[in-house]
Ligand binder design. Structure first.
Ligand SMILES: *Cc1c(COP(=O)(O)O)cnc(C)c1O
Length: 376
């Protein structure tokens, strides 16, 4: 941490201003700490359905290969992605989760003296990746709570921060932790207007959850905007968070640069076969989307009944305003066996982020929340 670190004088100076990423609390940690048995985790936007059956089977069949290094070029997964997306395989870069790709983007395109733009309340990895390489972050104001798309990215505000030093712009669509999204037309216009020497990253970690009118194939935009990088992941709708696998689609020359800093064998062999299999399982995605839609309805209805404001969400989570006692509410929820995500680190100290779970898990959260609210 920043203070009392024996070696901070030796570290690359910007690292001293960083804090480790704080993940959602793991289920077994809470079980250990409080001696609880029944614990529901709605804290990391994981797919509550668990991995699909076809993926589990494929992994079983691959166990004998574990003594071998994985295919460092991910040939078969890239081929499957290429077929599915209709883009050549040399436009795809695989990552150990899409976080790995975001980090590679920062290492290739940012450095001290260069600037990066992202929005207030945007995914925290943009800040970490930017600062790790000593670049300067310019953070745009988000929309106000009383505006349309409350807490969402304000593209005009982002554009106003562009300088001759701007090298990268990160946009999460939908964004985490706000669940806010940008309409395709507005996004396309924004991207087209910017000078092409700025790398624009569209992080589509939750893209599968967007409703039909907001789903567009952004890879098509690459033809007129070669400076675009689209990142996606198997961690959310595809249900493979534990295997750490994501990818980007970009101009082949950008993919080539990203590949130069990619760690050898950054994607493991189980992740490769699991992702390849998951990609074919359209029924699983359809089911996940449908269940998520119902879950968002269930949770927002429940929040309304509890008289709590929430941010309309296009993701697989929903962020709810519980007020100044949010830290206490979070802790009390833990004692009820429900893990949610505090987002004070995002400068949203009055909100909690709740991932959409199975219907019964959502119900458990809502009744625990009701009980807890009566006590604070
Ligand atoms: C979860 C998430 C990711 C993906 O993380 P992985 O490294 O692929 O597991 C990327 N961006 C956002 C906004 C996310 O919330």
């Amino acid at each position: 941490m920043a203070s009392k670190n024996l070696f901070c004088d030796l570290a690359f100076e910007p690292i001293n201003g960083l804090f480790p990423y704080q993940p959602g609390k793991p289920i077994d940690e809470l079980q250990r700490e409080l001696g609880l048995k029944d614990v529901v985790k709605l804290a990391s936007n994981e797919n509550p359905l668990g991995p699909s059956e076809s993926v589990k089977k494929r992994i079983q069949q691959s166990l004998d290969d574990l003594s071998l290094y994985p295919d460092g070029n991910g040939f078969y997964l890239k081929k499957a992605l290429s077929d599915k997306l209709g883009v050549p395989a040399d436009m795809i870069t695989l990552g150990n989760g899409s976080n790995d790709v975001l980090d590679a983007i920062a290492r290739v395109f940012l450095s001290s003296g260069r600037e990066c733009i992202y929005s207030e309340y945007a995914f925290v990895v943009y800040a970490i990746a930017t600062q790790s390489v000593g670049a300067t972050a310019r953070v745009s104001k988000a929309y106000q709570p009383d505006q349309q798309s409350p807490y969402g990215h304000d593209l005009a505000a982002m554009e106003a921060l562009v300088t001759e030093k701007t090298s990268v712009i990160f946009i999460a669509n939908p964004n985490n932790p706000t669940g806010t999204w940008i309409e395709p037309e507005a996004l396309k216009q924004f991207i087209t207007k910017l000078p092409q020497h700025i790398i624009i990253v569209i992080d589509e970690a939750y893209g599968e959850y967007l409703d039909e009118q907001n789903q567009v194939d952004t890879t098509k935009w690459l033809q007129s905007c070669p400076n675009l990088i689209i990142t996606r992941t198997f961690s959310k709708a595809y249900g493979l968070a534990g295997l750490r696998i994501g990818y980007s689609v970009s101009h082949p020359d950008i993919a080539n640069l990203l590949n130069r800093v990619r760690h050898p064998f950054n994607v493991n062999s189980l992740g490769l076969v699991a992702a390849e299999t998951a990609l074919q399982d359209e029924e699983y995605i359809r089911k996940s989307r449908e269940m998520n839609k119902q879950g968002l309805k269930q949770l927002s209805k429940g929040f309304k009944q509890l008289d709590l404001d929430y941010i309309p969400s296009a993701g697989n989570f929903i962020t709810v305003k519980v007020g100044e006692k949010s830290a206490e509410i979070y802790t009390r929820l833990l004692h009820e066996g429900v893990i949610v995500r505090p987002i004070a680190a995002y400068k949203m100290p009055q909100h909690l982020r709740v991932s959409v779970g199975l219907p019964l898990e959502n119900e458990k959260l809502l009744s625990a929340l009701k009980k807890v609210l009566a006590h604070v």
